[in-house]
Design a protein around this ligand. Structure first.
Ligand code: HAM
Length: 409
């Protein structure tokens, strides 16, 4: 027997229903905020992720599904969605055209991580990326969009925000952080030691308790922001407060991807265990440039769909649509014709084997149909249909015309 690979899952039954429900809600909210759908390839040039997610990140360092294809190309299954969207933006010269562009996307992402609850090797993200808007109002609007999706799904969360500064204030801060970290070098874990040289701010995010204890009084980026980053961060907080979106500032929130500047945020759930980030994102004003485009402001986020699915409850056994069958062989062609008309406005599942009424009612129940519709010799002669509403427990005999008219209203 061949099973799915470790950290990968089939999606079926009620999980599939939750997955589609999530996508319906999230897509409709994204469209209302002016985003349009974009689909990019799962497989991309490895260089795309090295230059965007960053060579010092764990994702690029340890977790890529990377291989050489039959043509000798170094390719990679995408570990996240932002890089591909930016690649699309640049390869279509939208950076040169100017203006504002907003895209939403969803699909599978691949990271060779150690699987555990909430952490898969193939998982799905829903994300949004906005280009060409430098205003911090767009950062706020991005956060509001995510909050709206979670509110619509009835999901509770806490929101953590931080500012990572810009090319103006970050270099000076990094210098003071590095000299602080050098002084603690012996007390920090191996990963932290490696990061002091490659990406020192990631040290702030280390999960090892002894490192956390050492880093309590490390210099914080939010205390070292330039005037413009400070002003934007203050405005973001003000907008969140004005609009009733609760947040806390986490000065150690640095994110696991290297492309961020200024605003960074994460939505966290207290109900799903250790892997508790359900969405993450921020501003990435330098990334278009890193991928050979004209400097373009950008901000975005991604939601982890599997993690959010654990927080969605769907009504079980929701009866919907029609079950339709014949009592006699002669009525079968009429059943097929009626089902075609019903499918214009609702679900209609057809049973091809003629059966007695009782057997049809049982079968209708089994497929969770709201209505059981049966045609026998009598109905065929009179041009009528026999229908039972399996929720209201009422039955009637009507013509197809009447039924169609009722469903048009
Ligand atoms: P990220 O924080 O790496 O950001 O991933 C976003 C979300 O994907 C996480 O908050 C989590 O819910 C989910 N996720 C990540 N890894 C796994 C995993 N192994 N198993 C299950 N779920 C996972 C990004 O990927 C950025 N591209 C977000 C972004 C978009 N920033 C700007 N625009």
């Amino acid at each position: 027997m061949i099973n799915p690979l470790r950290g990968m899952k089939d999606l079926a039954g009620s999980d599939a229903a939750k997955f589609n429900y999530f996508l319906d809600v999230a897509s409709s909210v994204a469209k209302r905020y002016g985003y349009s759908y974009l689909e990019t390839p799962i497989l991309e040039d490895t260089a795309l992720f090295k230059r965007s997610v960053g060579e010092s990140s764990d994702i690029v360092n340890k977790e890529m599904y990377q291989f050489t294809d039959k043509g000798g190309n170094d390719v990679c299954m995408r570990p996240e969605g932002t890089a591909g969207v930016v690649r699309y933006f640049v390869s279509n010269k939208l950076d040169r055209a100017g203006g504002k562009y907003r895209y939403y996307y969803h699909g599978p992402m691949f990271r060779y991580e150690r699987p555990q609850k909430g952490r898969l090797r193939e998982f799905h993200q829903f994300g949004c990326e906005s280009f060409g808007e430098a205003s911090v109002y767009e950062d706020y609007m991005t956060i509001e969009l995510i909050a709206t999706i979670f509110d619509r799904l009835g999901i509770g969360y806490t929101l953590e925000i931080n500012s990572l500064g810009c090319s103006e204030c970050m270099p000076g801060y990094k210098e003071s952080l590095v000299s602080y970290l050098e002084s603690k070098k012996e007390l920090l874990c191996e990963d932290c030691n490696r990061r002091i040289d490659t990406n020192p701010i990631r040290v702030l995010d280390c999960k090892v308790q002894s490192c956390k204890d050492e880093l309590g009084d490390a210099p914080k980026i939010t205390d070292n922001l330039c005037a413009s980053c400070n002003k934007d961060f203050a405005k973001l907080k003000e907008l969140l407060e004005q609009n009733g979106i609760k947040y806390s500032v986490n000065k150690n929130l640095v994110r696991g991807l290297d492309y961020y500047s200024k605003t960074a945020f994460e939505f966290v759930s207290s109900e799903i265990g250790a892997q508790n980030a359900i969405a993450g994102g921020g501003r990435y004003d330098r990334l278009v440039e890193f991928l050979d485009g004209k400097p373009t402001s950008a901000v975005g986020f991604a939601i982890g769909i599997e993690r959010v699915m654990d927080l969605i409850t769907l009504e079980d056994n929701k009866k919907e649509g029609y079950y339709i069958g014949a009592m006699d062989e002669v009525a079968l062609d009429r059943v097929i014709g009626v089902a075609k008309e019903l499918k214009v406005f609702d679900k209609a599942v057809v049973e091809y084997t003629p059966r007695k009424l009782k057997a049809h009612l049982k079968a209708a129940d089994r497929v969770d149909a709201r209505y059981c519709l049966v045609i026998g010799e009598n109905e065929l002669q009179n041009g009528t249909l026999w229908i039972k509403d399996l929720v209201q427990k009422q039955e009637e005999t009507i013509t197809l015309e009447e039924l169609l008219k009722r469903n048009k209203q």
